[in-house]
Design a protein around this ligand. Structure first.
Ligand SMILES: O=P(O)(O)OC[C@H]1C[C@H](OP(=O)(O)OP(=O)(O)O)[C@H](O)[C@@H]1O
Length: 280
């Protein structure tokens, strides 16, 4: 289609934003807009510069015959900080405290815009870590895994605590639930992960860390590689937490079961990202 340059820029930007971590050859745009390669290259330079200045992410040009452009989305720290701070306020509402020191999150994890931001924030942390798959455990981790997998453009796999005939043959592990000291089981369809896959584990909430530890054990069973663990929220845990190396967006710092007050503060995301940024 032959359109004005201003319209072409908008159309190209929409396509690129909707295709994260996807190599798009320049010839695709040349054919689509019936334009010269030099015009398309100029357009991509404008988009690349604007994305960088506005903090939308990096538009990388891959040279060579099989080259093109790849968009790696990211979210500016300022936007992440604003979103996490407002979440801490919302989560400090009194009626969220559940028995056992858990916190009611399901309303937040049902909000499309918030899930989109959570996906962007976590995907920003792993943008350059060559993730092959995102892993979570049913049920409340699923919307988070879906959001993160969209922005990393990789599949997500769902670990289950119950056996389902529709999952085919599975690999299962027993794990100690850190919060309840109970032996529990989780399983994953054999079809889900290839040997050597680089896996990111996400979940909605971490208390004792037993659930995440179980997923770590499953990744070992698949002879895959754990790249990182990021949870939406963590709570302080009086017992011995089973997982040490993880990232959280928010932290339930204090819980007063008498007044039902909870104090929620930002998690360790910014300190972890700050460290990573220094390393880059
Ligand atoms: O760190 P731990 O002590 O292991 O607890 C964190 C688990 C428990 C809770 O899941 P549930 O509410 O039990 O299950 P579902 O997500 O299906 O609601 C949460 O979603 C994490 O997966």
């Amino acid at each position: 289609m032959k359109i004005k340059r201003s319209e072409r820029l908008i159309d190209m930007t929409a396509y690129i934003l909707n295709h994260p971590h996807t190599l798009t050859p320049l010839t695709y745009f040349v054919k689509k807009y019936e334009s010269a390669k030099s015009s398309i290259s100029e357009d991509l330079t404008i988009i690349k510069k604007t994305f960088k200045e506005r903090g939308f992410g990096v538009l990388e040009t891959v040279a060579g015959a099989a080259g093109g452009v790849i968009f790696t989305p990211s979210i500016p720290f300022s936007e992440s900080k604003e979103m996490i701070d407002s979440l801490c306020e919302r989560l400090s509402e009194q009626d969220r405290l559940l028995p056992g020191g858990y916190v009611y999150l399901s309303d937040l994890l049902g909000e499309p815009q918030l899930l989109k931001q959570i996906g962007q924030i976590i995907a920003t942390q792993y943008a350059n870590k060559n993730i092959d798959a995102v892993m979570t455990v049913a049920t409340k981790g699923v919307p988070i895994a879906q959001a993160v997998s969209y922005y990393l453009n990789v599949p997500f796999v769902i670990v289950r605590r119950d056996s389902k005939i529709t999952e085919g043959s599975t690999v299962s592990v027993n794990y100690v639930s850190g919060s309840s000291e109970r032996i529990e089981k989780m399983e994953l369809s054999k079809r889900s992960l290839k040997r050597g896959s680089r896996v990111l584990v996400v979940d909605d909430f971490m208390k004792g860390g037993g659930t995440v530890n179980g997923m770590k054990a499953l990744i070992e069973e698949f002879e895959a590689e754990l790249v990182g663990i990021t949870v939406f929220a963590e709570s302080t845990f009086s017992g011995r937490r089973m997982v040490e190396d993880y990232t959280s967006l928010i932290c339930v710092k204090e819980v007063d079961t008498k007044t039902k007050n909870i104090t929620v503060v930002p998690g360790n995301y910014f300190s972890v990202m700050g460290a990573d940024a220094i390393d880059e």
